[in-house]
Design a protein around this ligand. Sequence first.
Ligand SMILES: [Zn+2]
Ligand SMILES: [Zn+2]
Length: 347
Amino acid sequence: MRALLLEETNKPMEVKQVTDPSLTNEGVIVKVMANGICRSDWHVWMGDTNVVKKYPHVLGHEFTGVIEEVGKDVKKFKKGDRVIVPVAQGDNTCPYCLGGHQNLCVNRVIPGVNYWGGYSEYAHVPNADGNLIPLPDSLDFVSAASLGCRFVTAYHGIVDQVKVQAGEWVVIQGCGGVGLSAIQIASSIGAKVIAVDIGADKLEMAKQLGAHITVNGSLHDPVEAVLEITKGGANVSVDALGISDTCQKGILSLGKRGRHLQIGLTTKKENGFISVPIDMIVGKEIQIIGSSGMPTSRYSSMFQLIESVNIKPGDLVTERVSLDQAFDVIAGMSHYANTGISVVDRF
Ligand SMILES: [Zn+2]
Ligand SMILES: [Zn+2]
């Protein structure tokens, strides 16, 4: 089969012929139909994160496809089923998995990191019964791949972690893929969304996806703007970026009993630490809540929301490319921030 091979970090990746994946008893072989291109791929390629243990490797953690072959112990799936491969996979035996928090599994597995992923014609997915999700007919492969890690992460954060309610003011810092997804989800459940970014094109997209108000952080102080618009502070702030500026400004934009959702991980500069206004957090009874990926148990509820309020995750897709073009998109992330999502749909 053809696959985009990562042979060495920070060296160009090429599409090459490799051996087809072999089937295990509890796994399936998926014919990949679409794979979302993510900044995490860029980080791994650059060598920022030392997660890949063996080279050559095939990245790709945002893919959908059709089951081609089924291991003999797999009970829930058959050849021809349309599926989405979740980004965070559990062993389904540890206490977190049994509690429905597969995203926090003690033996968490990520496709395209712990095994060869979606930048290839075929991928083997282990533990299929526990890890694969049937794809509703209403979602095409490209839209489903665009759910990737960004939309699902935003869904889990907005719906499960900070439990955004209709009518609440939600300020979202950072309009990259996860921020734009959070805007789509929060506005679709009836929240009033204020989108903050420094890119005019990103703010335009935020508006198209349901943001009520946009604030350009390079022209206005976003904290002052939010306090004025909301008359005292937002109910929820979301830091979709993970730098000191967006995290702190998010928290400072909150009103009494506000909830801050931290989705973005920090960069090398913060190295995991950001100072926060503790006295304000105490005085206003503010909660700071983290969110990481999404449990596999929550996919069905996410699909229900997508169908019931007619969210179009595919609206975030700004570019469809072939496997041969994928590396240029990944490498391009070094120079500019892509608006929206690029998806590989030809292999
Ligand atoms: Zn587990
Ligand atoms: Zn991703």
